[in-house]
Design a protein around this ligand. Sequence first.
Ligand SMILES: *Cc1c(COP(=O)(O)O)cnc(C)c1O
Length: 450
Amino acid sequence: MPKIMFRSTNRKAPLVSFKEALMRGQAPDYGLYMPTAIPKLTKEEIDSFRNKEYYEIAFEIAKKFLKDEISDAELKRICKESYNFEVPLEKVKDNLFIMRLDRGPTASFKDFAARMMARLMGYFAKQEKRALHVLVATSGDTGGAVADAFYGVDNIKVTVLFPENEISERQRKQMTTLGKNVTAIAVKGKFDDCQTLVKRAFNDSELKDLNLSSANSISFGRLMPQIVYYIYAYSRLAGDKVIFSVPSGNFGNLMGGVIAKEMGLNIERFIVAVNENDEFPKFLESGNYRAVVPSKECSSNAMNVGHPSNLARLIDLYGGWLTDERAENGKVLMSGVLKEKPDMEKLRKDFVSFSISDRDVDETIKSFYNKYKIIIEPHGAVGLVAFEKAGLNGLTVCLETADPAKFPDKIKELLGIDPKVSECLSKLDGKKEEFETIHNDYREFKRIIQ
Ligand SMILES: *Cc1c(COP(=O)(O)O)cnc(C)c1O
């Protein structure tokens, strides 16, 4: 198979290599990078994963996308370093499993993507003797995972923006207690405001010299590692096909699964579980897309996204074109304009989607604990409620994307117990925080990063 190149969902940018797509994050025409062809896995390859460890599967998958851009030995080392934690698959009852993606160093599934991406970027930055400045907007967990993953990586500076009042104390401390090459900024606004500030900086020609790069889920480098755990789950289960329920915000997690399916994994259906930001289930039903502006605040705070950035990729893959309407200077005039409709019939065959209320989330955290003695947190609970609403019978894996100990007040309030705090979280408690607070104002932000 020839080398895989990357094109933009906005169709007006030159093709680039994996390395270039990784370093840039967003394409110059404001689109998202997608592979020109998605590599396939043979049945034999998929079967062989049953006897491989997580990092070995990650290596096999990454190799397909990175062909010739990095040596096997380097890539294997990066995978092994990135995935040095467990990935438990807990049986709940017949045909229902929970995959815990919360055992990485920041107790969020975002560690899977951030750790591999940081190491790949560090590798290429060193190779090219190029200094990078990574900008990332976070709705909760990305910031901590990315900050932790890049912390101490040579040649790379990181700035994280978070909405001042929408994240938990521990989530904040994961970004504000590191120091060194990591800077944290609180924004008096919402996640979407943070994301807009970051996107504007990327398109600001006066900042060219900073070599800005993205670590948000708009980067394909974030997406690729998220293909792996779907394949890993399949390899550990005795079933021919699997349904995945995916708690979704920016749809990066979901897109990892969608690409795994395109690669040949037998995924029967995706249950796209969203909180009260219900643009996707509405779109699936009506065929009309309308972003939720401003996004709604729900207890699953890392999913408070009213216009998922990765939806552009999903719609692209299903033959449509979703883009933002922009002014000459790149300013977004309208978020999410459906220029070409995707194949709605195929979408409805592959996906079901439900918007879940905070009240249902609370009920399910309680009932789940009472029934199975399993503690889940709000994000994973959105996935479980959606699973119940979907009423599908096949073998199903619900992804649990954060450690319940990240939401101690919620768990205490609902279950009357303190969730066991993993060491990576408890060590944050006494540490000193450092961050600046800014208004939702581009000039203020620009001054800081300059
Ligand atoms: C980011 C995040 C999500 C949503 O993932 P997306 O890739 O943005 O859809 C869900 N749960 C948790 C805990 C997260 O941090």
